[in-house]
Design a protein around this ligand. Structure first.
Ligand SMILES: *[C@@H]1O[C@H](CO)[C@@H](O)[C@H](O)[C@H]1NC(C)=O
Ligand SMILES: *[C@@H]1O[C@H](CO)[C@@H](O)[C@H](O)[C@H]1NC(C)=O
Length: 410
């Protein structure tokens, strides 16, 4: 049995990571170069007021990869509204890689790909805005994006940020392919300053795959930062991204979030229970909830998962504290984190192949001993009839979870 004492190990780990960064990755001298002066470096470069709760919306990559066009983006915006998803907070419509021509125009501007985005990005932004939604776009801190099918923004940061702002872009995902070998701590802040200079608040999503532990420096550079390399639509990929992201729980807060990558719910590679685990862990981890399926064509089962208001409310809670694994016993884990109003969100997770009982003690959850607690089951949508003193137990199916909000009573 492994028991984790919350706080101590996390603090130790962060200290070790910071030391590693200072010694081996040489972050301090590197970051002193990127800005004008040390004073500038200390200051938060990104004061855009965005991301007070984790962003919610959709991104084209997980389902469509490079096979995108303006019709798909428009229809997705329509579907976000007609399915009621936008009312639940899914507001960002984010275009990923492959939206631009390989060559810039003769003034060096990025140009929307004529064959797939003939109306241009400005028209698309106007359309998306007319639906009450926001439009996101994608670029790269290198010479070409990861697909190699369009230019990156390295060396064009100020020009591209101005272009994005002039089109009405609200969100930028900034990838890390085909760069010049310099550190992300050098390249990413240039785009931060370019966005701050562009005249429009643009959510800045750092996508350097967790290479240089961006949780440690991302908060002054972006509104979210990837802590992992890309997810794929499988249990192993999903659960391992949740694990890698959990390590940095202490560093998430309103305005800056750890990002274990976008959701695969609805793409067909996992069971319903596994997708429920995926959605529950992303929600309790305060991860961006960016859907990655075809919104125009979802099964009832998938709609049920992604429209769970109670689970979304955990993600969007005003306290903005990311959950941690507070206990691990073999394949059984307890993830928990505080919510506003002295409540606690809990996921009882069974990663193994067999049905198993899992018990969460108040001691694990930071609830005072002997507290009388009411439990709301967020997937059954029911408040359990009995109250609990000291602990809560449940039997959990393989590759499944239970999710509760606990509230002390009296
Ligand atoms: C998905 O990710 C898992 C775990 O990271 C890996 O083992 C698997 O090969 C990947 N599958 C594909 C199709 O890339
Ligand atoms: C809709 O989804 C189903 C099952 O997921 C799939 O078989 C079908 O091809 C999809 N239809 C379209 C138009 O994409």
């Amino acid at each position: 049995m492994e028991e984790r004492r919350v706080g101590y190990y996390e603090i130790l780990l962060v200290m070790v990571l910071v030391t590693l960064l200072h010694i081996s990755l040489n972050i301090v001298p590197a970051s002193a170069n990127f800005s004008d002066e040390v004073e500038q470096h200390r200051r938060n470069l990104l004061a855009n007021g965005l991301g007070t709760t984790p962003p919610m919306g959709w991104n084209s990559w997980n389902h469509f990869n490079c096979q995108i066009n303006e019709k798909i983006i428009r229809e997705t915006a329509d579907a976000l509204v007609s399915t009621g998803l936008s009312k639940l907070g899914y507001n960002y419509v984010n275009i990923d890689d492959c939206w631009a021509e390989l060559n810039r125009d003769d003034k060096g501007n990025l140009v929307a790909k004529k064959s797939t985005f003939p109306s241009g990005i400005k028209a698309l932004a106007d359309y998306v805005h007319s639906k009450g939604l926001k439009l996101g776009i994608y670029s790269d801190a290198g010479y070409f994006t990861c697909s190699n099918k369009m230019p990156g923004s390295l060396g064009h940061e100020f020009q591209d940020a101005k272009t994005f702002a002039s089109w009405g872009i609200d969100y930028l995902k900034y990838d890390n392919c085909n760069n010049d070998g310099s550190k992300p701590t050098v390249r990413y802040p240039v785009m931060t300053r370019a966005l701050m200079n562009a005249g429009r608040p643009i959510f800045f999503s750092l996508c350097e795959w967790g290479d240089m532990h961006p949780a440690l420096w991302g908060a002054r550079v972006g509104n979210s930062w990837r802590t992992t390399n890309d997810i794929n639509d499988s249990w192993d990929s999903m659960i391992s991204r949740a694990d890698m992201n959990e390590v940095y729980a202490d560093l998430a807060k309103p305005g800056g979030w750890n990002d274990p990558d976008m959701l695969e719910v609805g793409n067909g590679g996992m069971t319903k229970d596994e997708y429920i685990v995926h959605f529950s862990l992303w929600a309790i981890s305060k991860a961006p909830l960016l859907l990655g399926c075809d919104i125009r064509n979802m099964s009832k089962e998938i709609v049920e998962i992604i429209t769970n208001k109670e689970v979304i409310a955990v993600n969007q809670d005003s306290l903005g504290v990311q959950a941690k694994k507070v206990r691990m016993e073999g394949d059984q884990e307890i993830w928990a984190g505080p919510l506003s109003g002295y409540r606690v969100a809990v996921v009882l997770l069974n990663r193994g192949p067999l049905r198993n009982a899992i018990t969460a003690n108040w001691d694990d959850l930071g609830i005072p001993p002997k507290s009388v607690v009411q439990a709301r089951d967020l997937w059954q949508h029911q408040t359990l009839k009995k109250v609990f003193v000291d602990k809560l137990s449940a039997t959990v199916d393989p590759h499944s979870c239970k999710m509760y909000v606990l509230k002390p009573v009296g």
